[in-house]
Design a protein around this ligand. Structure first.
Ligand code: ATP
Ligand code: MG
Length: 198
């Protein structure tokens, strides 16, 4: 028992030294590009959670929602009341879209707005929710998206969410998390639930 305790203490000490060393090494202050991708649930909620965290520190944040624009969204109800501007797709892109020109125009309209935020040094954080699909469908030009993110103000954070993120964006990112589905209620016939899914 006593020996176990001693071993545990030693292990924890070694771990603490390693972590402390890494903390000491991390000295760079900069705007971070965070990509939340993968097929599991939780990308957009994590993106909005990050915006909420930043707003809690008084940061100036802006959100672009590139999908399901006109759907109700709990986070938008809260964040707009806190003064966070949202740019949403008026026609609302859906999976079964039949109107490529209409979707492209809607995506471009949101992009033109949020591009201003990506060039504005008074904006501390930009969330590009579901932008990965706009790139996959070629509604937005990958070169233009990469350039806008690359040339953004040095201290501005950008959060990207969506499945199948373009390699150029994950290459550019500082932090990339892939959420893997282990199981999802939908597969067992549970419909999307208010407050949990939107
Ligand atoms: P959330 O908005 O809940 O964080 P997400 O952004 O990770 O989810 P999306 O791919 O944007 O996931 O999907 C949006 C909707 O699809 C949500 O209602 C979510 O619950 C649902 N969903 C997410 N992952 C899965 C999955 N693996 N199977 C079925 N439905 C899913
Ligand atoms: Mg999402």
């Amino acid at each position: 028992m006593e020996r176990d305790n001693e071993k545990h203490k030693q292990r924890q000490q070694t771990l603490k030294q390693a972590v402390d060393g890494k903390i000491e090494q991390a000295q760079i202050d900069k705007g971070v590009l965070l990509v939340l991708t993968g097929n599991g649930k939780g990308k957009s909620t994590a993106g909005f959670g990050t915006v909420l965290r930043a707003v809690g520190h008084g940061f100036n944040c802006q959100v672009a929602q590139f999908i399901k624009g006109q759907w109700e969204c709990g986070e938008r109800n809260i964040l707009e009341n806190l003064g966070v501007p949202f740019y949403i797709m008026k026609t609302g892109f859906t999976w079964n879209t039949q109107d490529r020109d209409g979707d492209t125009a809607a995506a471009q309209a949101v992009w033109q707005q949020i591009k201003l935020a990506l060039a504005d040094p008074t904006v501390d954080m930009v969330l590009l929710d579901e932008i990965t699909y706009m790139v996959s469908y070629h509604y937005l030009d990958i070169d233009e998206v990469v350039a806008a993110i690359q040339n953004r103000p040095k201290n501005q954070h950008v959060v990207i969410t969506g499945r199948a993120c373009h390699r150029r964006l994950t290459d550019l990112a500082d932090t990339v998390s892939e959420i893997q589905p282990i199981k999802h209620a939908f597969e067992a016939g549970v419909k999307a639930q208010k407050g949990l899914d939107w």
